[in-house]
Design a binder for this molecule. Structure first.
Ligand code: ADP
Length: 482
């Protein structure tokens, strides 16, 4: 047996999962970290706390698995994307709290950019002008106390942790593609983008592939695979080929589709991103779309309406009625994202009659998750010209059988769930294992991946058309509200 450690540094917690060469979990440990919320719209993390937690979870996961550190053939890293750490390479100390992807403090700064700069950013990076991405956060740090110096380092969390683990100053191409400083075609920092944001190239890590040896830990273990979390989930789902897609269902949804070696620019508000670059093999691109409110709509039924006691109860309640009873629920709590991008929208529940019950609302909430996912996938099909016939899924809501059946019915597609649903951590382990020769090729990894279950569409075209038309009418009712 060979073993690979996967460090999954997420928005709320840090985990280390140890996989064997069959992709099975042999040990893990997880620790949460503090969410620092100094002002409305600001979200920060303490990079020192994240580093401390990293060391802690590695040690405890090894204990839990009964392994020694020297048993690890390699370490892979997957991480929350876009979050920025500033540190001093001379002493390895952070210069400020990390600014998290959710943080919106730089919205005004970005709004003041002229149209030419905005279109340069969008066309070179495949991303919209939004405080979500890293570059504006770096600019904010420079304007608010971080001093330029030859040893100044800006990096996403992967770069911070690689530096702490190995002393190397590098990042991977998937993380770099989320900074708004990397040119999607050259895969290098772009001088024009660096100028727009006032960032010097020497402050940034060297961009490497997602699967190669970046450096050695103090115990002599190679750090050999790095991918942003959503890209890692694609690799963990073995979506290695053009047209393959996965959707992760959590608080919100993240969907990606591989466009292979082709860089596809979206006309429907999707993000173009680097999917991965495995060693010397050519880079692969993806289109990415997200749905803001999916699992959080179920939390809303639980916490604000109190019609269920736990998220999993929604399935039983929704299954107690044969259909939605004409009820449609659009949880546009903070506007509509892709493909609409309407910040003036707010949530609606429509189609109510005296006969409706909380069960219909529960069912409408599950359908809302599915219709929103369908619309993002439709946008992906329209942009890429690829027709999907299967969608791989993971995340908390995939435990809801009814929701997954509705997803298959609404999209008329096969919905496929793998045995190992820790796809994010698994993807980073796969990338690291490829680099050190545990697996010889993506094809060999595909043999390890196993499906647990497939939901097949049982719907008629009439049912699908009728339901989707009503959903679209419900969407119209949300618009022009604020
Ligand atoms: P995240 O990683 O975003 O925190 P998870 O993958 O842990 O999310 O999923 C949690 C979300 O999924 C919560 O928003 C919860 O409301 C929802 N959820 C969990 N289990 C179910 C279920 N059986 N049916 C519907 N929603 C669920």
């Amino acid at each position: 047996m060979s073993y690979i450690g996967s460090l999954d540094q997420g928005t709320t917690s840090t985990r280390f999962i140890i996989f064997n060469n069959l992709g099975e979990i042999v040990g893990q440990h997880q620790v949460e970290h503090q969410q620092l919320l100094p002002k409305s719209g600001w979200v920060e993390h303490d990079a020192t706390e994240i580093w401390r937690n990293t060391q802690n979870v590695i040690e405890k996961a090894l204990l839990n698995s009964g392994l020694k550190v020297s048993d690890l053939a390699a370490i892979g890293i997957t991480n929350q994307r876009e979050t920025v750490v500033a540190w001093d390479r001379a002493n390895g100390e952070p210069l400020a709290n990390a600014i998290v992807w959710q943080d919106t403090r730089t919205a005004d700064y970005l709004n003041n950019f002229n149209d030419a700069d905005k279109s340069t950013i969008t066309s070179k990076t495949g991303t919209p002008i939004a405080p979500y991405f890293s570059a504006s956060k770096m600019a904010w740090l420079l304007a608010n106390g971080v001093q330029p110096s030859p040893t100044l380092a800006f990096g996403t969390i992967d770069a911070w942790l690689i530096f702490k683990l190995t002393g190397e100053f590098v990042t991977d191409v998937t993380n770099a593609s989320r900074t708004q400083l990397m040119n999607l075609e050259t895969l290098d920092w772009d001088d024009q983008l660096l100028n727009i944001f006032g960032i010097k190239r020497e402050w940034l890590p060297k961009i490497k592939s997602s699967s190669e040896i970046y450096g050695m830990t103090k115990d002599g273990i190679p750090v050999a695979g790095v991918l942003g979390d959503q890209q890692a989930a694609m690799v963990g789902q073995t979506c290695f080929s053009k047209g393959e897609s996965k959707t992760t269902y959590g608080t919100g949804n993240f969907a990606l589709i591989s466009t292979g070696n082709e860089l596809v620019r979206s006309k429907n508000g999707l993000i173009t991103t680097v999917l991965f670059k495995l060693g010397n093999a050519p880079v692969q691109y993806a289109l990415e779309g997200s749905v803001a409110v999916t699992g959080s709509a179920i939390q809303w039924l639980r916490d604000q309406l109190g019609i269920i006691n736990s998220a999993s109860q929604v399935e039983e309640l929704a299954a107690s009625v044969p259909d939605n009873g004409g009820v449609y629920f659009v949880p546009a709590f903070s506007g509509l994202f892709a493909p609409y991008w309407r910040s003036d929208a707010r949530g609606v529940i429509v189609g109510l009659t005296r006969a409706n019950t909380k069960a219909h609302l529960a069912r409408a909430a599950l359908e809302a998750i599915c219709y929103q996912t369908k619309e993002v996938m439709d946008a992906m099909e329209a942009d890429s010209g690829i027709k999907l016939n299967e969608m791989r899924v993971d995340g908390g809501i995939t435990n809801n059988q009814l929701c997954m059946q509705l997803q298959a019915d609404i999209m008329n597609i096969d919905v496929v769930k793998p045995v190992i649903t820790e796809t994010t951590a698994l993807g980073a382990a796969f990338a690291a294992g490829l680099a050190v020769g545990i697996w010889k090729s993506p094809d060999e990894i595909k043999q390890i991946w196993k499906r647990e279950r497939t939901w097949k569409s049982q719907s008629s075209a009439e049912w699908r058309d009728d339901g989707y038309q009503k959903w679209r009418k419900a969407i119209e009712r949300t618009l022009n509200w604020v």
